[in-house]
Ligand binder design. Sequence first.
Ligand code: MG
Length: 391
Amino acid sequence: MPENIRNNIDQSKAENFLASYAVSQEQSLGRKYSEPACNTRTEYQRDRDRIIHSTAFRRLEYKTQVFINHEGDLYRTRLTHSLEVAQIARSIARALKLNEDLTEAIALAHDLGHTAFGHAGQDALHDCMKNYGGFEHNLQSLRVVDHLEEKYPEFDGLNLTFETREGILKHCSIKNAREMGFIGQRFLDRTQPSIEAQLTNIADAIAYNNHDVDDGLRSGLISIDQLNQIELFSRHYYDVDSRFCDLPEKRKAQEAIRRIINQLVCDLINNTLNNIHDSSIYTLDDVRASQHSVVAFSPIIKSQMMELKSFLHANLYQHEQVNKMSNNAKEVITNLFYKFFKSPELLPKEHREKAFTRKEIGGEDAFARIIADYIAGMTDRYAQIEYRRIN
Ligand code: MG
């Protein structure tokens, strides 16, 4: 390696020193297919770069978070959601001296397996697949990076490190864990994942609870008066209102959201440091052996987050207008699945051939899985185009 490059890498390592309980690439359990090290990047930077260059990542731009992609240009999509999760997760990782590259890779990949049309799409596909092993977006994200991306000459998938894959697999049933080998083992042993994985999971919740408040207000489906019944929101909104009473409501709400995110992030960092201290966490092994997640909000903030979450469920995700979109999404996904299942000749050539080959080897479950993979990969727009094509 040229001396100047080596110096740069050494420099960045020295500047970005890690806590003793952080994941370091020296301890990595590696990749399924071993590859020579990269001269200019860490292993987790490589993972992040592979994720950013993947097809599934680009598709996130056209997949619904809560509001259908074409309903407005300013609503979050799965892509902007993933970027917000990465931003929040990286801030927390840096403050805790964790591995920021690994954290970023997990955050950017965490929703790669999401279907079109948000949760309605995933629920519909799960219903279709219930006799063939079910469908779960979290498992699908892992499936995307392990099998479905076709970019490299020597292997399917992105051949990511164990630590990034572990972070992507946030939860998993015992039944599925038994079939997944080493990556599923922690669900059988009831051990914890790395702190980087734990924090990305919570950064996901910080991001969506707050951006859904913002998008909910933007859409007019929820109001500031309603939100002011929620402790976490009202406290900040009243503070902003008393200092900047002449500002338009919209701007006051945005400042309140900014302050909420800041409070959540600070609480999470402080409480996690307390947990690390109280539980005598010194190494990654201590993290894994810990009975509970080390990364956690303080009890009071946790209950306030739950209150906000319940509010969003009742007033936004179950809103009549969102339900209308969800019913429509269910119709599209369910129709696509059963049409392809009964008439596989309707599948595009590449998927059709794969479906027939897999059916011969793995029977109907494997056949249904190929159809689910095809549907799960669709953007909102492409699902609608396919729906029109085959109906
Ligand atoms: Mg997410």
